[in-house]
Write a protein that binds this ligand. Structure first.
Ligand SMILES: NC(=O)c1ccc[n+]([C@@H]2O[C@H](COP(=O)([O-])OP(=O)(O)OC[C@H]3O[C@@H](n4cnc5c(N)ncnc54)[C@H](OP(=O)(O)O)[C@@H]3O)[C@@H](O)[C@H]2O)c1
Length: 305
């Protein structure tokens, strides 16, 4: 009996033993870490401004062909032009559609696959927020946040996953939030959508990892964009963000683009199902440091150039 068990466990161990390689083989296989994305076909939703635009710019700088999207043709064309102006030779095109429309999401993916024959990277970045106390939260507002932040990304992932599975390669990156792990008053639809996108990231990572497709999420903290303009302009809230964040300031869109480029690259080939929180330490600490002087001025902080 014991011998039979030993035979079974030895047989079960064979695939792993074959997959594992010796130290010598590992040394021979070592190649420099590659963050480049040359020739990769990438889609970035909500790339007309803010975080999405910074992601599109960074992907293009890393050599990718970028399909920028936004809700209006004018917005998309202007963003495309800004990308070209920033880096002459940037390879990009634009498609205007709302991620809240299933038909439009399907048509956009079909168009990219027909034109390029593949989609290597999908970045689900487009997002909106609505703020109301629960007693006054209109159902329409709840539904539109869920449609934009959750259902749209789900449909785009489903449509892109077919082409990615067929190619045996793909990178899906969802833009979640610190609200993917914590809650906040008045943000009920947003918090629900961002928790759900982190969960969807995990279930798809489990299903698609074996097909060469990784699915990850980036969770930004407070970043200076149009979305947070009312909060930036609120002196009390601004002081709170700066005081509670160990880094002592709001984040920049480019600081979210950096981990997206990493996750899109071959350097992240073994990262799957993760949510990378990028919040200056806000949610990992119980930090409070008053950042304003008596006169209301903020002391200077180190900011990357
Ligand atoms: N800013 C932050 O502090 C922060 C923190 C955590 C997470 N996030 C997340 O990061 C992502 C980007 O945020 P952001 O601050 O850069 O926002 P933003 O400056 O308001 O930009 C939003 C982008 O999404 C697009 N968009 C909105 N609704 C859309 C729809 N139905 N279909 C297609 N595109 C749509 C907008 O396109 P148009 O120009 O056409 O409207 C725009 O390009 C969002 O998912 C957000 O939840 C942001």
């Amino acid at each position: 009996m014991l011998r039979r068990l030993a035979r079974v466990s030895a047989a079960a161990a064979i695939p792993c033993a074959v997959a594992r390689c010796s130290q010598q083989q590992q040394q021979q296989q070592h190649a420099p870490i590659n963050f480049r994305l040359d020739g990769k076909v990438t889609i970035v939703t909500g790339a007309t401004r803010g975080i999405g635009h910074a992601i599109a710019l960074s992907l293009a700088e890393s050599g990718a062909h970028v399909v920028l999207t936004g809700t209006t043709a004018e917005g998309v064309a202007a963003a495309q032009q800004r990308l070209v102006d920033a880096g002459p030779g940037a390879s990009c095109e634009g498609i205007a559609f709302s991620v809240a429309s299933e038909a439009a999401c399907k048509a956009a993916v079909r168009r990219v696959v027909e034109k390029h024959g593949r989609i290597d990277v999908l970045v689900n970045n487009a997002g909106i927020n609505r703020r109301h106390e629960i007693g006054d939260f209109p159902t329409d507002d709840f539904d539109s946040v869920i449609a934009t932040n959750l259902s749209g990304p789900f449909i785009l992932m489903r449509e892109c996953s077919r082409a990615m599975k067929e190619a045996g390669y793909g990178r899906i990156i969802n833009i979640g939030s610190i609200m993917s792990t914590v809650g906040r008053e008045n943000l009920h639809a947003y918090v629900a959508s961002k928790h759900a996108i982190a969960g969807l990231t995990k279930s798809l990572a489990a299903e698609l990892g074996g097909d060469g497709v990784t699915v990850n999420c980036v969770g930004p903290g407070y970043i200076e964009t149009d979305l947070t303009r009312p909060l930036q302009d609120n002196r009390v809230f601004d002081a709170n963000v700066c005081g509670r964040t160990p880094v002592g300031r709001w984040g920049r869109p480019a600081e979210i683009a950096a981990p997206v480029v990493f996750l899109a690259s071959d350097a992240a080939s073994y990262v799957n199902g993760a949510t990378i929180v990028v919040d200056g330490g806000l949610t990992s600490s119980f930090h409070f440091h008053p950042t304003r002087t008596e006169s209301g001025a903020r002391p200077p902080r180190w900011v990357p150039q």
